[in-house]
Structures are given as C-alpha cells and as structure tokens.
Design a protein. Structure first.
Ligand SMILES: [Zn+2]
Length: 387
C-alpha cells in the first residue's frame, strides 16, 4: 500500500503496439473522460492505457495498466469507472522499469472485480514506458500549471509522426478573457481542424466502400470455390460409379458365358458317356416304339423319350410325382403293400411288426395311420390330443 504523495506527478499514457503514442497529465485525462475533447484517432477503439505515479526524480512509483473504450466520435466510454488511483495505491511492488515499481495489471490486481478492466503489458511496452518518462516531454518538474492552461496543452501532446486529428481548444473553454486576435486565431485553428476531420471522415468512407467491395469479392470467390468443390466431388463420384457399373456388367457377361459353356459341356458329356443308349433310343424313337412301364398305384405309364434319362435316374421319384405324392409317401406305401405290418414302436424301442390289413389304394394310404395297428393308432391319437 502507498499513498499518492503531493510531490508525485500523475500521468496517463496511451500505447500503440509496443510504443507510447500519447501522454498527458491526469487533469487533462479527466477532461478527455468528460468527452470535452474527443480523440478521433481512437474512434471505435479499445485502447491500452496506463496511469502512472512518477516521482520528482522521474522514477516510476506505480503503474496501473487499464483499458479505455472510445465510441465512433472519439469520445470515451461514459460508463468507464476503473478506480485507477485506488489501484495505484494498493498495487504490489514488482521489479520492473529498472527499479521496484508497484504495478496493477491483469495478472496483478488487488481488487478482483476490476481484473477484467486491466491488461498485461509486454516487457517491450514497459521498456518503452520507461524510456518515454525519462525523455520527460511533458516537462515534469518544470511545468507551470498556469501556462498549461493557455497555449500548450500537454493533454493533447501527440508524439512526432502522429497525425494531430484532435480538437485542441481546451484553453478557449478555460480562459474566456482572451483578446480578439487570439480568439480569431483559435477560430481559424478550429476551422482547420474541422476541415481535417471532414477529410478524415471522407477517407474513412472511401475505405469503408473499398472494404465492402473487397468483402463482396471474397464472398463471390468463396461461393465459387464451394460450387467448384461440390461439382468436382460429384463428378469424381459419378466416374467411380460408372467404372463400378462397367465392372459389374462385365462380371455378369462372364458368368453368363461360363454357364453357357458348362451347359454345352454337359450336353457333350451326356452324349459321349451314353453313345450307345442314345443312338439305340433314337433308333427306337425313329421306329415309333412307345416306352411304357408298369408301377403299382398308377399302372401302365408312358415315358416320353425326352424324359427317359430323368426316369432312369430316379424311377420312384418320377412315379411319385406323377401320382401327386412325395417320394417318401410312395415308398412307405410300396413297403406297406408288399408286407402289411405295424410300423409303430413299443416301449423298448423295437418295431411293433403286428400284421395289419393292407391298404391297396395309394390315395387311401395315410402314413403313420394306415401302416399302424389299432393299439399304435390309439397311442398316436392320445399323443396328438395331449399335444
Ligand atoms: Zn402295432
């Protein structure tokens, strides 16, 4: 903790990057805060500022690094209320600016709810600050306060190289008893500064139009680039799909060819393996001989020549198909007809084999009933009813 001593100078400096761009005594800074003197070169900006307590020997006692926002007309934020003097009094000591300095910054703020209003200076900014204080452009220790209220106003001191686009008429508002030539001189100065401001405004408008054009151009380029990318992707996918489609068609064609080849090979094999039978059958067919077989359940069956191979491969299946039953049912009926015995099983798992009445007609034969004795038919019925 440290009090602000009467012999200390209270300054406010503005930073532009790593450099100090403007410096003023705290009284003039208060005028800036009142909006009395707009700083148009800070229009619409958030400025990095510092409040300093400087000892008579130009060493820095305390520094508070705070933000200050300006509106578009260059007037500071009316709600700005960072207690810079209180923060300077309460600031902790840091080794910086060539000696022990009390610093209040974002990382070193004694009042937590003011932290967001502070910022953290870089070492380069601290060096620039030290250099600028040592230069003493404000004439600290030599300044005559009365003099400061007339012609040369430290509040509006701008470093060399900066465009002085600020109304510098503090004096005319403070001192009203100036003589006519002085007033005339100030009026001209006013006019000149208004003209400068208007020029600056026109320049900003031009810049604004340029930026709008650039933005439009960028938007167009962006849209075109999206359109190009999407078109390219669609084209690439289409090419891929077309290639896959061609491959699939080729594959189908190959498969069809293979099937055809296999079929003709099969025909050749059949002819090659049964040359005699084939020729004999052809001879028989040529002579008008009819092929006829006799099977139980269906009697005499005429076999067409083109079905001879199928019949010979599986006669039972062929006949069962003709009778409209499955090969299993036809086989069971044949067995039953040849030897009518019960096909049910006793408790020991042996076949019952009890003689039963034969069912002569295939159409009346029901497997599991017609080939069961009475006892096994009853057992089967009771099982069904339980199920
Ligand atoms: Zn039985």
């Amino acid at each position: 903790m440290g009090e602000i001593r009467a012999d200390q100078h209270q300054l406010v400096v503005f930073f532009e990057g790593a450099e100090v761009s403007r410096q003023m005594l705290v009284e003039e800074f208060e005028s800036v805060l009142d909006g009395f003197v707009p700083l148009v070169d800070y229009s619409g900006r958030r400025c990095q500022c510092a409040f300093l307590l400087v000892n008579p020997d130009l060493s820095t006692d305390a520094a508070v690094f705070f933000h200050l926002n300006f509106d578009v007309s260059g007037r500071p934020d009316l709600h700005w209320n960072t207690p810079i003097k209180q923060l300077a009094s309460q600031a902790n000591t840091e080794h910086s600016l060539g000696s022990s300095v009390r610093i209040a910054s974002y990382s070193n703020c004694s009042i937590a709810w003011h932290q967001q209003k502070l910022w953290e200076p870089f070492p380069e900014q601290l060096e620039a600050l030290e250099r600028r204080i040592k230069e003493n452009r404000l004439g600290l220790g030599q300044l005559n306060r009365q003099h400061s209220l007339t012609s040369e106003i430290p509040a509006l001191h701008i470093d060399e190289g900066e465009a002085p686009l600020v109304l510098t008429s503090l004096a005319s508002h403070v001192q009203s008893d100036l003589d006519e030539p002085v007033l005339e001189k100030q009026r001209k100065a006013f006019e000149q500064q208004i003209n400068l401001q208007q020029l600056e405004l026109a320049k900003l408008r031009d810049q604004n139009s340029d930026l709008k054009l650039q933005l439009k151009h960028l938007e167009n380029r962006f849209q075109k680039s999206i359109y190009d990318t999407v078109s390219q992707t669609i084209e690439q996918r289409e090419v891929k799909w077309q290639a896959k489609l061609r491959q699939a068609k080729l594959y189908i064609q190959q498969q069809a060819r293979q099937i055809k080849d296999l079929e003709s090979e099969l025909d050749q094999d059949l002819s090659a393996n049964h040359p005699d039978q084939t020729s004999q059958l052809k001879q028989l067919q040529a002579r008008g001989v009819k092929l006829q077989v006799d099977h139980p359940g269906i009697g005499a069956v005429h076999i067409p020549y083109d079905e001879v191979v199928e019949y010979l491969a599986a006669p039972l299946v062929y006949v069962a198909n003709l009778c409209g039953v499955s090969a299993e049912v036809y086989g069971a009926w044949l067995k039953h007809r040849h030897k009518p015995r019960c096909q049910g099983f006793d408790e020991a798992g042996s076949i019952c084999n009890m003689p039963i009445d034969a069912v002569r007609e295939l159409a009346e034969f029901v497997p599991g009933r017609s080939d069961f004795c009475i006892r096994h038919q009853c057992l089967d019925e009771s099982k069904e009813s339980l199920a």
